[in-house]
Design a protein around this ligand. Structure first.
Ligand code: AMP
Length: 415
């Protein structure tokens, strides 16, 4: 992502040039004239444009387009400034004629501004820190309707709160760039009242809700939990490769897109990893999920891929504990003390094999550098894979679990 940012921030230029059929000058303007923002054109002389081979009529077209663009940006609101890269829905649907566009637009197609009337909201699915999520139906310009989830920004009597608005827009701008089978997909944004994010629908809700569902809903099979862990490690390795930290990894933020597919969601706390040390340090006091956090996050507000790995360990623990709350009953201010001074760790849940628990313990190494990376975890999870088999004879002995031939068996611990 660190590499992608300059490209994303110069998308306005590509679009502007494309609109006046001058897309071939995108690279020279960016690289030879160092123009990355509209005001940089104030320092570009006609001779400079001559030097990159742009004729005078084309220069006039550019000057007029710039004038239009600047007055347009002023009259548009802050949303455009923060997002920078959204095009109206119809434009995205237009055939892509130049190869530059394919190189620099976020891959995966349709991420667009969606007209307010194209989305209708239905039942309430849940509510989060800065808004509510409804089931919805999005009607595409082709007339086709697709089920979606719509997250609306909560608005107080005096408009949206500053931090909530910032987090909402940050979530949009992060999700806009992501494309992974286990990361929730953003379809687009509705610039209405309220602001709405239109996302892929995860029809089966959050993993936490599924883990804590009361009987008669059966518990999730252990082998399926292991599959979810591998999907999660893959998605997190991808986020890390984009230079991002999630900072809020927990089963409540994993959504079930199908019975056997989870998707990482809730990117409100995601931040880019800055500097050579690959860390993000919080600027001020903000709510953080204490019981999921690594010691360095609790002590210094420092987050990194390694602190996401710590959270992965806590998420693993939640999965095998039936969605129990980690460190329940321990006051937040004592959690750091328990982790550091007492060297305490969450206990092994009965359904968690020793191999998997030792992997969780590695995620909870005191020093971030001693924790495995997400790519390592993908391999380690393969090694800790549980054996599966089928019952071959009827078991009816008193005190033993009743089983019939053909019943699936997962060996959690065995020699
Ligand atoms: P959030 O604001 O992202 O924390 O979402 C709040 C709740 O809404 C979640 O815990 C889910 O139960 C539900 N939710 C959020 N996004 C979706 C989605 N894409 N599909 C289905 N349910 C969702």
């Amino acid at each position: 992502m660190v590499d992608m940012l300059p490209e994303a921030s110069s998308l306005w230029l590509l679009r502007l040039l494309r609109d006046i059929q001058l897309a071939q000058f995108y690279r020279p303007i960016l690289e030879e004239l160092n123009v990355t923002r509209p005001e940089h054109f104030d320092f570009v002389r006609p001779e400079d444009l001559d030097n990159i081979g742009m004729g005078r009529p084309a220069q006039r077209r550019l000057a007029e387009a710039l004038k239009r663009y600047r007055s347009g940006v002023k009259s548009k609101n802050w949303v455009y400034k923060i997002l920078g890269g959204f095009a109206p829905e119809q434009k995205e649907m237009a055939p892509r004629s130049d190869s530059l566009l394919c190189l620099h637009e976020p891959e995966g197609g349709l991420k667009s501004l969606i007209p307010e009337g194209a989305v209708c909201r239905g039942e309430l699915l849940g509510s989060g820190c800065f808004g509510v999520v409804h089931r919805g139906l999005w009607t595409l310009p082709s007339g086709q309707s697709i089920p979606v989830a719509v997250k609306s920004l909560r608005v107080g009597p005096e408009g949206p709160m500053g931090t909530e608005l910032g987090d909402f827009l940050r979530e949009v701008s992060v999700m806009m760039k992501l494309e992974h089978p286990h990361v929730l997909r953003l379809h687009g944004l509705v610039l209405g009242q309220p602001l709405q994010m239109v996302m892929e629908l995860a029809p089966l809700g959050s993993l936490h809700a599924r883990l804590t569902a009361p009987a008669p809903t059966p518990p999730l099979p252990v082998a399926l939990l292991c599959l979810f862990l591998r999907q999660l490690a893959g998605a997190m390795a991808y986020l890390g490769s984009c230079g991002l930290v999630h900072r809020d990894l927990a089963t409540r933020n994993l959504l079930l897109a199908s019975p056997r597919t989870i998707k990482v969601a809730d990117f409100g706390l995601v931040r880019p990893l800055g500097g050579a040390r690959g860390r993000y340090v919080m600027g001020g006091p903000r709510p953080i999920p204490y019981a999921w956090c690594a010691p360095e996050s609790l002590r210094q507000g420092a987050f990194s891929s390694a602190s996401d790995v710590w959270m992965f360990g806590v998420t693993l623990w939640e999965m095998f504990s039936g969605g129990e709350e980690p460190w329940a009953g321990v006051p937040p201010y004592l959690i750091l003390h328990r982790l550091e001074k007492d060297r305490a760790r969450l206990p092994r849940p009965p359904l968690c094999s020793r191999a998997l628990y030792s992997l969780a313990l590695r995620c909870w190494a005191p020093h971030p550098a001693d924790r495995p990376s997400f790519s390592n975890l993908e391999g380690l999870l393969q090694e800790a894979w549980l054996s599966e088999g089928r019952c071959v004879r009827e078991v009816t002995e008193p005190g033993a679990l009743r089983m019939e031939p053909g019943d699936p068996i997962t060996i959690i611990e065995g020699r």
